[in-house]
Design a protein around this ligand. Structure first.
Ligand code: SAM
Length: 249
């Protein structure tokens, strides 16, 4: 079936490549990769010799039309990123939108995603969560973003790079508070996989004093906002009560 296939790839452990992913990548005419050299290693490991083309943030819009023309010519395409699920803090959104608008099928394969994998083992509430991608690099933007999320009751998930982990944790302590429960998942599915849990201040202290904790790939997860006084009457209810009291005889 002629389609654009969205194909997740491992986030660090080649054992997580699915047999369906291998099958699709072998069958399509072209694989659109974020970085052809990077993906070349994975593809050759699995003996996949399909032609590769580059699709990254800078050429995605131009490439989208070219890919639609390939689909019109009857050629199926697969989209992969450097690791994990395409479109999740990775290129692909414009392509998928364009391909759908052109009337072609987009077929997703399930597979590795750092956010979901980390959340599943974090011990934090997973019934409701908000994936927030990367926090802004500049302190002001980062703090503004965290301020907007401060009273969000859902578990918050952030991606982070090792060279900014300390600053981001410092901003979390400053805005969400030193007592906010959180989990830092590092190098998930890899040899040095580590899960640290504690308050924001405890995690910051550990990361500050242990340079090893500042290495590799990181997912930060924060417990959602918990009302200080669980017994407190919500403001909306309180307002209704005040109104009722005024009206009642
Ligand atoms: N598309 C990917 C996914 O589905 O997870 C995410 C790509 S994003 C450019 C890269 C970020 O994902 C890293 O900076 C890190 O925050 C997170 N990440 C990727 N692999 C990871 C791993 N093995 N352990 C922890 N975090 C990881």
């Amino acid at each position: 079936r002629v389609a654009l296939y969205v194909v997740p790839t491992p986030i660090g452990n080649f054992g997580d490549m699915s047999s369906r992913a291998i099958e699709v990548l072998n069958q399509v005419a072209l694989i659109a990769c974020e970085d052809t050299r990077h993906s070349g290693k994975l593809l050759s490991h699995f003996g996949i010799a399909t032609r590769k083309i580059a699709l990254h943030d800078h050429n995605e819009r131009d490439r989208a039309q070219w890919i639609v023309e390939k689909l019109q010519a009857g050629e199926s395409i697969a989209l992969i990123s450097d690791a994990g699920t395409p479109l999740i803090s990775d290129p692909g959104y414009h392509l998928v939108k364009h391909v759908r608008e052109a009337g072609f099928d987009v077929i997703p394969l399930p597979g590795p995603c750092a956010a979901i994998t980390a959340l599943s083992a974090s011990g934090l509430p997973s019934d409701r969560f908000s994936f927030e991608g990367f926090l802004p690099a500049k302190e002001k933007g980062r703090c503004d973003k965290l301020e907007a999320l401060r009273e969000d009751p859902r578990t918050l998930i952030f991606y982070e790079s090792p060279h900014r982990i300390e600053q981001s944790l410092a901003s979390i302590v400053q805005v969400l508070g030193e007592d906010r429960q959180m989990v830092m998942a590092r190098e998930v599915t890899k040899t040095f996989e580590t899960f640290l849990s504690g308050t924001a201040q405890e995690i910051l202290d550990i990361v500050r004093h242990d340079p090893n904790q500042q290495k590799g790939e990181i997912v930060l997860m924060c417990h959602g906002f918990v009302t200080q006084d669980e017994e407190a009457i919500p403001t909306v209810a309180l307002n209704t009560l005040t109104l009722l009291c005024e009206e009642l005889p």
